[in-house]
Ligand binder design. Structure first.
Ligand code: HEM
Length: 402
C-alpha cells in the first residue's frame, strides 16, 4: 500500500474546503436515504465532524498500530450514533466517490485500491471493537434528570441517574444528547467522583448561539431523559502512581468539572486513609458570579492538603486575585515537580499551558483538555481530543473533539 499517496491525495482533497463534505453527504444521502436520520437535522458543512476525521484517519493508516486503541474506542463510540456494521460499506463507497470526483487524474486505479484497502482496515477495527463491546455495554445510556440547579444567569448544575449504571473515572468525559436537540452530542465531564447511587453531576455554561448549552441551561427539567455515551478520554485521568503526586489544577469556567471530580475522590481517600497529595486549585472566571463553586471550595480549603485561589479577569472591583488564571497559577511558585491538570476554553488552555511550562513544569507533566467556546453546532461543548494522536498541545478549534 502506498501510504504516502494516501496522505498526498487527502491533503489535496482537504485543501478544497467545504465542497468535499458537501459532495460526500449528498452522495451518501442520495445513495442511502435511510442513513440521513443518523445525522443532525442541520448539516451545514462547516459543522462536519465525520468527513475530515475520516480522511485524516484513513490516510494515516500506516500508524494503525499506534492508534489502534483510539480507533477501537471510536468504533465502540459509534454505537451511540446507531451505526451498524452494514453502514460501513455505504460510507466507504461515498468516501471513494468523493475523492474520485475531486482528484481527477490523480485518482488512479492504484490510488483507488489503496484507499479502499485502508478504509477496510480501519472499518474492520471499528466494527470488531463495536461488536465486542455489545456484550458488556449498551449503545447509549438513558440519563434520568434528577436535579437541575441554575447558578447565576448562564450556568446550570444538573444531576442525572444513568440507566443502566455507567462506570467512569474522574477526568473522563461523556457525550450527552438532550431530547429537543436530537443527534447533537456534546461532551461534558462528570464533576463528581463515582457515587454509590450512580448519579452523575454535569456543569453546563451557556454559550452564545449554542443550541445545546442554552437548552440545558434555560429549559432542561427534572423528569426529562437525556442520552449518554460511553465515558472517553485519558488526558485528565490519573493512574495509580499519578494519584500520589502533588497537583496544580487550573480551571476556566465550567472546565472545573473534571478537576472537581478528582477533588471529591481525593477528599474521600483522605477521609478514609488520612493521606492525600497537596493540591492547589486555581479557578478563573470573567466575573465573580461565575465562580460558581466558591462556597464549596472555601469550605474545602480547611483541609490540610488543599489550597484554593479564585481568579477574576474582567471585574476591576473584585477584591481577590485579578488577571488571567494561567498567569496567577504560573506566578504562584512551588510548581516544580507537580503534575498540572488544565481545563477550560481553547484560549485559556493555550495560555495556561505555555505559562505553566515557562514556569518550570515539565512538558510531560502538563495535561489538558479544552472545551469549545463556540457552541454553534460545529463544536463539542466540551472538546475532547478525538484525534488519532491526542496531542498534549492545544489544538486549533476547528471542529473535531473534544
Ligand atoms: C472508517 C470509518 C469511520 C471513521 C474513521 C469515522 C470517524 C468519525 C469521527 C472521528 C467522528 C466524530 C466523533 C465525535 O464527534 O465524537 C464521527 C462522527 C460520526 N460518524 Fe463516523 N466514522 C466512520 C464511519 C462511520 C459510519 C460507517 C457511519 C454511518 C453512517 C458514521 C456515522 C457517524 C455519525 C452519524 C457521526 C456524528 C456526526 C455529527 O455529529 O455530525 N461513521 N465519525
Amino acid at each position: 500500500m502506498d501510504t504516502a499517496a494516501l496522505k498526498e491525495t487527502w491533503a489535496l482533497a482537504e485543501g478544497l474546503g467545504d465542497e468535499v463534505p458537501l459532495f460526500f453527504y449528498s452522495h451518501l444521502f442520495l445513495s442511502h436515504p435511510d442513513l440521513r436520520s443518523l445525522f443532525p437535522v442541520s448539516m451545514a458543512t462547516q459543522r462536519d465532524r465525520l468527513v475530515g476525521a475520516l480522511g485524516r484517519i484513513v490516510s494515516g493508516v500506516d500508524q494503525l498500530d499506534d492508534v489502534a486503541e483510539f480507533i477501537q474506542q471510536l468504533g465502540r463510540d459509534h454505537r451511540r450514533f446507531e451505526v451498524i456494521a452494514a453502514h460501513y460499506s455505504a460510507v466507504g463507497a461515498s468516501l471513494l466517490a468523493t475523492l474520485k470526483h475531486f482528484l481527477g487524474e490523480r485518482w488512479t486505479d492504484e490510488v483507488a485500491a489503496d484507499w479502499a484497502g485502508a478504509y477496510g482496515l480501519i472499518a474492520t477495527v471499528m466494527v470488531e471493537a463495536a461488536e465486542a463491546s455489545e456484550r458488556t455495554s449498551p449503545a447509549s445510556w438513558a440519563g434520568h434528570v434528577t436535579a437541575v440547579e441554575r447558578r447565576g444567569l448562564d450556568i446550570a448544575v444538573i444531576q442525572v441517574r444513568p440507566e443502566p449504571e455507567l462506570s467512569f473515572v474522574p477526568g473522563q468525559s461523556v457525550a450527552v444528547e438532550v431530547p429537543s436537540r436530537p443527534r447533537l452530542w456534546r461532551y461534558l465531564s462528570p464533576a463528581n467522583a463515582p457515587r454509590s447511587d450512580g448519579t452523575i453531576e454535569f456543569h453546563v455554561q451557556m454559550v452564545p448561539g449554542g443550541q445545546v448549552s442554552s437548552t440545558i441551561v434555560r429549559s432542561l427539567e427534572v423528569g426529562e431523559t437525556v442520552r449518554l455515551g460511553a465515558p472517553v478520554g485519558q488526558e485528565l485521568t490519573l493512574d495509580q502512581l499519578e494519584r500520589e503526586r502533588d497537583l496544580v489544577m487550573v480551571a476556566g469556567g465550567t472546565g472545573l468539572a473534571p478537576l472537581r471530580a478528582h477533588l471529591e475522590r481525593i477528599d474521600q481517600d483522605w477521609q478514609s486513609t488520612g493521606k492525600a497529595p497537596q493540591v492547589h486549585l486555581f479557578h478563573g472566571a470573567r466575573l465573580p458570579g461565575s465562580l460558581y463553586e466558591n462556597r464549596l471550595f472555601q469550605n474545602l480549603a480547611g483541609r490540610p492538603w488543599f489550597t484554593y485561589t479564585p481568579v477574576v479577569s474582567d471585574d476591576p472591583s473584585y477584591p481577590g486575585r485579578q488577571g488571567l488564571v494561567g498567569d496567577v497559577a504560573a506566578d504562584s511558585g512551588a510548581l516544580r515537580g507537580r503534575l498540572a491538570l488544565v481545563c477550560g476554553s481553547p484560549e485559556m488552555v493555550r495560555h495556561t499551558v505555555s505559562r505553566l511550562r515557562a514556569g518550570g513544569i515539565a512538558q510531560t507533566d502538563v495535561r489538558f483538555e479544552q472545551f469549545a467556546t463556540l457552541d454553534d453546532d460545529s463544536h463539542a461543548m466540551h472538546r475532547h481530543t478525538h484525534d488519532p494522536q491526542p496531542s498534549r498541545l492545544p489544538q486549533s478549534e476547528e471542529g473535531d473533539h473534544a
